[in-house]
Design a protein around this ligand. Structure first.
Ligand code: GLN
Length: 537
């Protein structure tokens, strides 16, 4: 069988959940035994989102191989339970970078280098790249942005050419749109969808299936109307109703027979029916919690839900594992001070201090950590959250008031958190942090060991600064223990306070590897500790 390609475009509005639809389709096909991967093509000119502020584009998701990518790759991994890689996220920046580098090397000598064919050829090459590895039966490509955006044109042109070049049964286009509901008229409106599909067709791309995001069910008449005006087969207009959980969407798409339509189009027959017993059990656990806890998520990007996407999802997985409704309360670290910390953290059964960069909001993070440490509230620090836990401990317990990270105090006499040695000569900002999966050795008889139940783990990273090892002896003597470190470099990966009910902080990002079927162990145990703090255990 040839590798099959699915393209998912979006129209009418942004944030309709193309990534979730792409991931749901992938899940359906995977459940029938096909090998599926998903990739995202983003129209911006940054080489990757690593240099973007989370306010711009939400969380930056990190893959095993150290790529800084779009947060949709996190959904792909969580839905499929399969790792993605550098090759799964392509940006306009990467495309141009390749073409311009080749031009300088003389690859096009004598020729004018143009969007068509040179840029579109490079887009097509990358669109087919994962398929060429022979590892996948189906490659789903999500095209970022909204049809009609100037920036998406070269991507659509590349899809048009592929549609023209490849046999019909090897390529399929899905267009996701919004059917708005006008409450005054009590009516669902199809016109924006018609216009969006017209725009897509002006680019020469014709959708095979239209998926409609809607708050109300589509009637058969409405579906027929959309099919007629948008020139797709009757029956190929399906609805994506708002769902209580994103993990419900594969089942909703199964009800709409999305997988059946796709397999028919690809002329793939005889596959087994999907078995979603585990997914259904997970959804049952989310929908029927036996207790609840309140967790404070302290960070500086809390206005934007997507900024801590993987952390939020990890709490959903850990909540399901514990049959517990984890209510995550986002608290802005800039709004925490010594005077109001008790009030801000009132009723919280656990405190998580989030990753981050730069000085803004650091003071509030340190105050929240101190409060959790002194009041025996379960604490979990991630990356910058771990670094601030060390700064707080050094200042308050070791009695070094000037202790700091050199990220914000380059000349501090007590650099308890300092730039990693190999970062000192780094001037380029993009893609130069310590990124991706590294092994961590866990010290026996520690909380970390109890949590992971093993002495060797691997987690993903994204940082430039590290715990300064010359402070370890003093820290340990005063009650903060190193319980995980990199076996090759000695770099500290985990610290904990054994005298506290649950105080753990990690240099890595455990949130990137949590999935519904394999909830991340620190999150699971943190929620358990929060349940105990809540008085439920
Ligand atoms: N700013 C810190 C560093 O670069 C922490 C990074 C993070 O939280 N991801 O080391």
């Amino acid at each position: 069988m040839n590798t099959k390609y699915v393209f998912v475009t979006g129209g009418v509005a942004s944030s309709l959940g193309k990534g979730i639809i792409a991931a749901s389709l992938a899940k359906l096909l995977q459940a029938r035994g096909l090998k599926v991967t998903i990739q995202k093509f983003d129209p911006y000119i940054n080489i990757d989102p690593g240099t973007l502020n989370p306010y711009e584009h939400g969380e930056c998701y990190v893959t095993e191989d150290g790529a800084e990518t779009d947060l949709d790759l996190g959904h792909y991994e969580r839905f499929l339970g399969v790792y993605t890689s550098k090759a799964n996220n392509v940006t306009t920046g990467k495309i141009y970078n390749t073409v311009i580098t080749k031009e300088r090397e003389g690859a096009y000598l004598g020729k004018t280098v143009q969007i068509v064919p040179h840029i579109t050829d490079e887009i097509k090459r990358r669109m087919l790249l994962l398929g060429k590895t022979g590892k996948f039966d189906v490659v789903i490509t999500e095209v970022g942005g909204t049809v009609g955006d100037m920036e998406s044109h070269p991507f659509l042109e590349a899809i048009r050419q592929l549609q023209w070049e490849m046999p019909d049964e090897d390529l399929l286009c899905i267009h996701l749109t919004l059917i708005p509901y006008l409450s005054a008229a009590k009516e669902l409106k199809t016109k924006p969808t018609q216009h969006s599909v017209q725009m897509l067709q002006q680019s020469g791309v014709h959708p095979d299936i239209i998926v409609c995001r809607t708050e109300h069910a589509l009637t058969p008449e409405l579906r027929r109307k959309i099919a007629l005006f948008c020139n797709v087969r009757p029956g190929h207009v399906i609805q994506a109703l708002d769902a209580p959980s994103i993990y419900q969407v594969p089942l909703s798409m199964e009800d709409e027979r999305l997988d059946v339509m796709v397999l028919e189009h690809f002329r793939i027959e005889g596959l087994p029916e999907p078995d979603f017993a585990r997914l259904k059990d997970f959804l049952f656990r989310i929908a029927n919690p036996l207790r609840s806890v309140n967790i404070a998520l302290v960070g500086k990007y809390v206005e934007l839900q997507d900024a801590y996407k993987s952390i939020q999802e990890s709490f959903i997985h850990a909540g399901a594992a514990n049959r517990c409704d984890v209510k995550v309360h986002c608290i802005h670290s800039e709004q925490i001070d010594d005077g109001n910390v008790a009030e801000k953290l009132n009723g919280m059964d656990g405190v998580l201090v989030a990753p981050g960069f730069g000085e803004r909001g650091l003071k509030g993070k340190i105050i929240a950590i101190r409060y959790a440490r002194e009041h025996g509230i379960p604490f979990f620090g991630i990356c910058l959250g771990m670094q601030m836990a060390v700064v707080e401990f050094a200042r308050d317990v070791l009695g070094i008031p000037e202790a700091d990270t050199t990220e914000v105090s380059p000349n501090t006499p007590a650099p308890v958190i300092d730039l990693m040695e190999d970062q000192k000569s780094t001037t380029i900002k993009g893609g130069t942090m310590r990124l991706g999966a590294y092994v961590c050795r866990i010290v026996p008889d520690t909380l970390a060991h109890r949590i992971y139940g093993t002495e060797t783990i691997s987690e993903r990273h994204r940082h430039r600064y590290e715990l300064n090892n010359s402070y370890i002896t003093r820290m340990e003597a005063a009650g903060m223990k190193v319980s995980g470190f990199n076996p090759d470099t000695g770099l500290v990966e985990i610290v904990e306070i054994p005298s506290h009910p649950f105080f753990i902080a990690v240099q890595f990002h455990p949130e990137f590897k949590s999935t519904p079927e394999r909830p991340q162990p620190i999150f699971v145990e943190f929620v358990k500790a929060a349940m105990a703090c809540h008085g439920d255990e």
